[in-house]
Design a protein around this ligand. Structure first.
Ligand SMILES: O=C1O[C@H](COP(=O)(O)O)[C@@H](O)[C@H](O)[C@H]1O
Length: 240
């Protein structure tokens, strides 16, 4: 595991964008496509906006990217809580990824269960027979230690039969659709982004504490490939 500590979210977003450009270029020297799973939440917004600027836009061959999501709030695409909407607004509407290579988790005219099943089928079509699943999974970590939609003490944390599943999240009064740990952990690279003092204690527990994946679901992420944490000084405060 590598931990990259930046001063604040601005520096973190630049550090990550530079790392990402290099990683995508390396992978695309060996293969024709780059598969990436995006996260939702607030942390990646600055990174997305930076990637959409002229400084970065031309350093990535967007036409080779195949874009997925790690999890989704089961709300319409127009809803401000939608992870896909956030990514379109901040990045995907501004870069030339072919539309047919952008795979949102469907949330309209479908049940959450059907949506998860359809996404799982799609992922099997992409990745069955491959040594890894995604080339890159970008994850966030909530203040409670959740990642993807793997929330503390929810059975979904232990799901191993399915690559994608859905469940009712009572605390937020909504369904969630999420990748499960087996598919995330089979990826070539996972990166976490975490910022802010509210995450300091939980980050310490996730990285250095005793294993308790029910309390800290982020601990269940232990990929076959690389694992990087990109954090700011505030989030990293308890690690020192
Ligand atoms: O609910 C979610 O939260 C996490 C963390 O979000 P952040 O605002 O603390 O960055 C996010 O990674 C996940 O995709 C999202 O659904």
């Amino acid at each position: 595991m590598q931990i990259h500590i930046s001063k604040n979210i601005d520096e973190l977003s630049t550090t990550y964008a530079d790392w990402l450009v290099g990683y995508i270029q390396d992978v695309l020297q060996k293969q024709q496509r780059f598969t990436i799973a995006l996260s939702g939440g607030s942390t990646p917004k600055k990174l997305h906006e930076l990637l959409a600027t002229d400084a970065y836009k031309n350093k990535i061959d967007w036409t080779k990217l195949h874009v997925f999501w790690g999890d989704e709030r089961f709300v319409p695409l127009t809803d401000e809580r939608s992870n896909a909407k956030m990514a379109f607004d901040t990045l995907l509407n501004h870069v030339p990824v072919p539309k047919e290579q952008i795979h949102i988790m469907q949330t309209e005219n479908i049940t959450a269960e059907e949506s998860a099943a359809a996404y799982e089928k799609l992922l099997h079509e992409y990745f069955d027979g491959e040594p890894f699943t995604f080339d890159l999974v970008i994850l966030g970590m909530g203040d409670d230690g959740h990642t993807l939609s793997l929330f503390p003490f929810q059975p979904v944390v232990h799901e191993t039969k399915h690559w994608v599943t859905s469940f009712w999240l009572q605390a937020q009064d909504m369904y969630r659709v999420t990748l499960t740990h087996p598919v995330a952990n089979r990826s070539a690279c996972v990166t976490f982004l975490a910022t802010g003092e509210k995450k300091a204690t939980v980050l310490h527990e996730v990285i250095k504490g005793e294993k308790n994946v029910d309390r800290y679901p982020s601990q269940i992420i232990n990929p076959d490939g690389q694992l990087h944490w990109f954090v700011d000084e505030a989030a990293a405060a308890a690690l020192k």
